[in-house]
Write a protein that binds this ligand. Structure first.
Ligand SMILES: Nc1ncnc2c1ncn2[C@@H]1O[C@H](COP(=O)(O)OP(=O)(O)O)[C@@H](O)[C@H]1O
Ligand SMILES: [Mg+2]
Length: 377
């Protein structure tokens, strides 16, 4: 046995079997992670192998649950994910460009190294809730075939006060050990409590653990933090990030693109006109808002019939009209605004807008004039 030389593939296989036989699922995970990261040199299909391993790890049930009361779950399955095949988030082109750049830098670090540069280490995502910050973190990890280690600082802070410092340190240390995307969600939870005078000692300790990690975060690693309240972060924290990517509420075009990929098949496959109407009335919403609104309307439509045919798109359009009417009834100004949007984005005549909103077309004409020009009725 001893003098026979095993190839890298055979050796990997033997290692996996050896560890698996001891029942050490964490060990198996670790081995497969290593394999995915650095496939055996004699592997003929290393990309496919990588994909398979990531898909396996993404769907494998968590190992032995070891949730002890008041302790961070030590089973890494609770905070390590292996995102695979995440569809690109729908973002404004500038934001998409910034995200792509981070991915490109980490895919081809050699290019930067040639010029003595290193890829972006720490990036801060800011923006309102539901615009895709968490989704984008997982998309980046999937694109880079890296595990995503997520720490939600808000829940960590609230549920684990007292021992958070130690647990946090453990997870962060573990994250720094091997290639991964470390995602610190609700990052402001740290900073926010800094201005709160209660719990000063513990919070300061936590903040220091994280700041230290930010400073020591290894070159080549990628740390992403997300916050809905960037104004709560003090300059000392901001300074530690190489880049800030500002996620905004989606514009009409992004909402329309999102509807074309909607999880509600009839809406996804419906004609452009219906989708444009929904995109129009969702002005000011996040994509998460839009998704749950459309789902609610669709569910309502299904439940309103007893097994007969359902026109989900029609129901969504009715809900859209209802929303448009209530929006228009708020003030002359909002009605004018909505009419302008309908004229510009849907190409509707005054008469059609008037019918939709349940007012006379003369009214719409006046509104449009007041709000500056417009198309003919
Ligand atoms: N930019 C986006 N592209 C695609 N889907 C999105 C986007 N923003 C939000 N969503 C939908 O809303 C859900 C919640 O988004 P999430 O990433 O958690 O937002 P955030 O982290 O900014 O609060 C996502 O899982 C997705 O279904
Ligand atoms: Mg989020």
């Amino acid at each position: 046995m001893k003098d026979r030389q095993l190839g890298e593939i055979e050796q990997a296989l033997v290692d996996v079997v050896r560890v698996a036989l001891t029942g050490d699922t964490d060990g198996v995970r670790q081995l497969s992670r290593r394999l995915a990261r650095r496939p055996p040199i004699d592997a003929a299909h290393s990309d496919a192998l990588k994909e398979e391993l990531f898909a396996l790890m993404a769907t494998a049930p968590p190992g032995e649950a070891s949730l002890l009361r008041g302790q961070l779950v030590t089973d890494e399955a609770s905070w390590v994910q292996y995102p695979a095949g995440v569809a690109a988030p729908i973002l404004d082109p500038a934001v998409q460009g910034a995200v792509n750049l981070v991915v490109a830098e980490h895919s081809l670090p050699e290019r930067l190294h040639e010029f003595g540069l290193a890829p972006t280490r720490a990036v801060l995502f800011t923006g309102p809730p539901g615009v895709g910050k968490t989704l984008t973190a997982s998309y980046i990890a999937a694109e880079l075939s890296l595990p995503l280690i997520t720490l939600n600082l808000a829940s960590l802070m609230s549920s684990l006060m007292g021992q958070t410092g130690k647990n946090l340190q453990e997870v962060l240390a573990r994250a720094a050990e091997e290639p991964c995307v470390l995602f610190l969600d609700e990052f402001d939870a740290l900073a926010k409590s800094r201005v709160d005078v209660s719990d000063v000692g513990e919070v300061k300790r936590l903040l220091n653990v994280v700041l230290q990690q930010l400073d020591q975060w290894p070159l080549g690693g990628l740390l992403v933090a997300a916050t809905n309240h960037p104004q709560l972060l003090d300059p000392a924290v901001h300074r530690r990030f190489d880049t800030t990517i500002e996620f905004a509420l989606p514009a009409f075009e992004e909402r329309l693109r999102f509807l074309r990929t909607s999880s509600i098949a009839p809406l996804r496959e419906s004609d452009n006109a219906a989708q444009r109407i929904v995109a129009l009335i969702s002005d000011g919403w996040s994509l998460a808002d839009l998704e749950s609104w459309a789902n609610r309307a669709a569910r309502g439509a299904v439940m309103a019939t007893d097994g007969g045919p359902v026109d989900i798109v029609e129901a969504i359009l009715q809900a859209a009209q209802k929303r448009a009417r209530s929006w228009a009834s708020q003030s002359v100004q909002t009605r004018a605004e909505l009419s302008r949007l309908a004229a510009d984005n849907l190409g509707w005549t005054h008469r059609k807008i008037a019918d939709w909103l349940g007012v006379s077309h003369v009214t719409i004409g006046k509104d449009m004039k007041r709000s500056g020009g417009g198309i003919d009725a």
